[in-house]
Design a protein around this ligand. Sequence first.
Ligand code: BMA
Length: 329
Amino acid sequence: MPELKVLGQEPLPNIPWEDRPNGSDGPLWRYSANPVVPRDLLPTSNSIFNSAVVPFEGRFAGVFRCDDWTRRMELHAGFSDDGISWQLEPRPLEFSCPDPEVGRFVYGYDPRVAKIEGRYYVTWCNWYHGPTIGVGWTDDFRTFHQEENAFLPYNRNGVLFPRKLNGRFAMLSRPSDNGHTPFGDIFYSESPDLTHWGKHRHVMGPVANSWQSTKVGGGPVPVETSEGWLLIYHGVLTSCNGFVYSAGVALLDLDQPWKVVARSAPYVLSPQATYECVGDVPNVVFPCALLCDGPSGRLAIYYGAADTVTGLAFAYAADLVDFAKRHSL
Ligand code: BMA
């Protein structure tokens, strides 16, 4: 078997990184100084979690989910030299939108950022008569422009692929309900213009008697590899004390990403560290972004922990693909 190659990713020599600590099992390990973003990084933030970062002009930029002291869910731009120490804009970001009906901001959460053909596209859970997928873009992380919502309510976890497929934008999403949604499958959709979405295909659903038995949803923007799209996603189990959010890995077909090539039966990250088990919503790990160094396949994965802080974990793309294949359902 030829060695796995990461495709379409620039070298990222300044990726945040720590080598695997001695004695760690599994393909993924936590940053030793987690959480990387504390809940009170802004003077009036209650919690900063489920956030998206990308390489930007030799540094890093991102869109962060910040719930404030009124518990309003807002998005804030942020910048960092090293991907670890972040400066967040104190004011929530504002999208300019040609249609005020669409641009009326009620809440926004769980952003993802995908760089497609040189432009940074933001997707987030956006209120429009219920949660749905907001879509916007920026070139500089200073001014943000909003497009039409991708789907009818109710939908969450919109994740764009980092390049067009078959000449069209491609997105994963998770149709849901208006509440805490006790179900959920990942679907794939395509759009020629970022406004009209179709060609909906089922990708994957929950798995009975497992950490992903209640619902699943896409995580960070998928990574293209020589063996398929590497997808890190979250899965939810319903315990007697509520939902438990863990993360798993899957490999999707490069040309037809709704076809699952491999999907790990075990999780690769589950809430075990104290900051993942204790917080506003206990027992949640929720990956929304990753940085990737193309030549080495190093990944720095950003995830929300207990809906309170942001954690960082490290892995090699080849190890995650190998794990998905060796432990596939
Ligand atoms: C989901 C979303 C996420 C959150 C998770 C756990 O439905 O609201 O933002 O992290 O629940 O509370």
